[in-house]
Design a protein around this ligand. Sequence first.
Ligand SMILES: Nc1ncnc2c1ncn2[C@@H]1O[C@H](COP(=O)(O)OP(=O)(O)OP(=O)(O)O)[C@@H](O)[C@H]1O
Length: 610
Amino acid sequence: MFPTRLDSPLAPDIARAMMDGFNRHYQLFRTESARAKHRFETADWHGQQRAQRERIEFYDLRVKECSKRLEREFKAGEQSMDVWQQIKLHYIGLLVNHHQPELAETFFNSVTTKILHHSYFHNDFIFVRPAVSTEYIENLVSSVRPNYRPSYLCYYPTQDDVQAQLVRMVQDFDLRVPFEDLERDALRVMEVMRRQLGEVKLRANFQVQVLSNLFFRNKGCYIIGKLINGFYEHGFALPVLHGPNGKLRIDAALFGEDDLLRLFSFARAYFMVDMEIPSAYVQFLCSMMPRKPRNELYNALGLAKQGKTLFYRDFLHHLQHSTDKFRIAAGIKGMVMLVFDLPSYPYVFKVIKDHFPHQKDTTRAQVEGKYQLVKLHDRVGRMADTLDYSEVAFPRARFSDELIAELQQFAPSQIEISDRDGDGQTEVIIQHLYIERRMIPLNMFLQEAFDAGGADPANTSPAALRAREQITRAVIDYGYAIKDMVAANIFPGDMLWKNFGITRNSKVVFYDYDEIEYLTDCHFRKVPEPRNEEEEMSGEIWYRVGPHDVFPETFAPFLLGNPLVREVFLQYHANLLDPVFWQTQKERIAAGYVHDVFPYEREKRFINKV
Ligand SMILES: Nc1ncnc2c1ncn2[C@@H]1O[C@H](COP(=O)(O)OP(=O)(O)OP(=O)(O)O)[C@@H](O)[C@H]1O
């Protein structure tokens, strides 16, 4: 029941304390993001990577801090439900003119769910649905805030001054490092723009809109905007990099949704952007990539908790509007993870099993540690991001019996089947699970192509030729996926095809993290020469293997059974079977070298075009 009187003297103070907690969090988050510009200007790449990692942990720290304060100052856990309802109403009042109301609502949920029993996790007490709209929030210039910038800026070039306007646009970002030749870069961008627009007239509304703050990640900085002409909008991103002479250059002009999706992929680290109104950024990005879910855009901007909240809302909505059943995921079952999915929904759900077979010498805590490592690390477009949730309740009626039996057999400590809320609905409550994008497991992808005759040189049917091309592309990209991870100091551990997936954009991405190691922690060794015939003929490993020893030559028998796969792999990636390659990469990283990661095709780089 909605309280008719807000008569609790404590409720406004608790709401205020909660809001102070959020404001402090966002201020720190923003300051760290804003510093990315200076780190970019001074080429402090280690600092940039460290900040990207550390910022992820800010949220939980602030939530803990705030819930402790509420307990200490207000004995929050002892307050009646009537008071809690009033707290929510006061909090809504504080959101009226707030610039990040959606994030502040999520913060409220995080703190409140630490204090209240889960039976109160509904809309009367927490923000199951948003209460305050994020539409049309703007940064208005006023006498009090004369320096405020709107979320995006507009430029209106004419036929004759496009280049000059582009130069001005870049200069307005006020990067404190000179460009090598900004006029040249603007001309290059203009050429790509012209091709994008085609042979059309410039209409009255011709304009360039750009988000008013830069996007930073690793060694790159990105200008994000769109070109508008008549009824058409063309989203773009301009990566700015340090050239070899220390001066800046625009490295490429990325136009079109596919390139943008690649840049904002779930398999990459989060951007650092100084945003006063994050929802305005998300709205702008949504208009450039309408197929990308908003939760993934919030994630990409480093606002992972908001991403998680939106994901969960979308998921509940999908459950309400679908009837299919959760089932064991297609592919080879994991030894460590029990994986299931809902056919109509493009994600998989992963639960750590209670026991592992003897070849998996690990523990639940270690597996969780590896997933956390990936979360904090630069995923370089090759490792899927995961969202982890605790105590998730699913309707029992939506689970296949086979899946329930599997969960009961392999992860009994992780599930409870009960009518927890007493509402007559039996639920499957899972203690802890990871959710990630569903991909086509690479072993299945290759098998389908083999079945279509792709690996049979005698088969020249169109389907077989198509399949052959698919196999070739996948094997080449698989090798590059490993090399990208290597460049980011990650050794995947288990490199079997089944541990990689193919995304919508046909990119190969890794998803099995339980054996992941830092490259710099591994010893890459050559298999020793056998000392006698007995050793030579032995089917077993006869040499001593230390815990971090890796023998790259031994990868081949597991990976290269198929002759076509073998041929392609050896043509492009034979060095992956050579310990010297791995050792050299390890030494470069240990010496402090930070590799470039290009979230776009190399052919798009201007230096490869001239
Ligand atoms: N993101 C995903 N998309 C599609 N299928 C997936 C995904 N993640 C896992 N799977 C499926 O679930 C299986 C097991 O997943 P995963 O490799 O993460 O488990 P694991 O226990 O760590 O495996 P392993 O036994 O190799 O250590 C995969 O082989 C694949 O078939």
